[in-house]
Design a protein around this ligand. Structure first.
Ligand SMILES: Nc1ncnc2c1ncn2[C@@H]1O[C@H](COP(=O)(O)OP(=O)(O)O)[C@@H](O)[C@H]1O
Ligand SMILES: [Mg+2]
Length: 295
């Protein structure tokens, strides 16, 4: 089946105090579609509070939009049958900003991978399961002997993040929804992570919606980009075109905030590592990132 994820006129309002009408419109009539084939990387870039995480929550089925719909294979994800929903949950995988928050600190990290093997019945025997786990760790450039048997706090942030990618590698979803996945990582580790997403696209045909406030990562990934401000997508197109010929003033503003943007000169080391998304400081904790089960 040729799968497709589509947002059609999605609007998300939240009640809020102290604003004119008693609500904020976090997502305002957003439409776009992601194709599984050919695999693509689509970045959604905008500053903190522009509605990115809310869109991720809508796409992941964690938040039902106030209006409009999210369609998977042409069907509204909030109206799927149990079997269709299970298929969707496997085929559309999230990657989160801080994997430490979703690892259970009392269990070895292996457990997160074994749970995926069991839940999705990926292997019949323990030996086959282990082989799959080791293969997936290698696919994300981790040495199995360096990470298996360890507890989350014994690994670096980059290693934890790559274990989440190993889990994705095992599941081979059509779509990855990555909400600020590299915001907590330093420059070199960040590049590693982006390279793995590019591998996933080229070698395993996965399509990624890459959500970020950081244009330099968008340059690095290439592909398509959508620029969002105040809940509206104001510009979209190939990264090269949008960066060379931005048509919306907001895109120009974003570009101006980066030193010497040049899409032909793909960035390798000049990354702003201190530019974290500070939204967490002023919004309820559960609204900034899609919630993940503890694994
Ligand atoms: N559950 C919620 N209740 C009230 N307001 C929310 C909620 N979730 C998000 N918002 C508001 O919606 C807007 C967009 O938030 P968000 O999608 O987290 O933006 P981003 O991820 O781009 O930083 C912000 O103004 C935020 O305060
Ligand atoms: Mg966010």
């Amino acid at each position: 089946m040729k799968s497709e994820l589509e947002l059609r006129g999605v609007q998300q309002r939240f009640h809020a105090r102290g604003v004119a009408d008693g609500y904020v419109t976090a997502v305002d009539d957003v439409s776009f579609s992601l194709l599984a084939s050919p695999p693509q990387i689509v970045s959604l870039v905008g500053q903190s509070g522009s509605g990115k995480s809310t869109i991720a929550r809508n796409v992941l089925g964690l938040q039902k939009p106030t209006a409009g719909s999210v369609l998977y294979g042409g069907k509204d994800i909030f109206k799927l049958s149990r079997a269709e929903y299970d298929a969707y949950r496997r085929d559309v995988q999230p990657v989160f900003q801080d994997p430490y928050a979703i690892f259970n600190p009392f269990y070895r990290v292996d457990r997160a991978l074994w749970k995926a093997v069991k839940k999705f019945k990926l292997a019949d025997t323990r030996a086959a399961g282990l082989e799959l786990i080791e293969e997936s760790l290698q696919a994300v450039r981790l040495e199995p002997e360096n990470v298996l048997g360890r507890y989350p706090h014994q690994l670096s942030g980059g290693q934890r993040q790559r274990i989440m990618l190993a889990r994705v590698h095992m599941l081979r979803p059509s779509f990855i929804i990555a909400d600020e996945p590299v915001s907590m990582l330093d420059a070199q580790v960040r590049k590693h992570f982006l390279d793995i997403l590019l591998d996933f696209q080229r070698e395993h045909g996965m399509t990624t919606l890459f959500i970020t406030h950081d244009l330099s990562t968008v340059y690095y990934l290439g592909g398509e980009v959508m620029v969002i401000t105040k809940g509206q997508i104001v510009e979209r197109g190939s990264v090269a075109t949008v960066m060379h010929e931005p048509s919306h003033p907001y895109t120009k503003l974003l570009l101006d905030s980066i030193p010497q943007p040049d899409p032909d000169q793909r960035w390798t080391s000049r990354i702003q590592v201190d530019e974290l998304d500070h939204l967490d400081d002023n919004t309820p904790a559960d609204t900034t990132q899609p919630e993940a089960p503890i694994i």
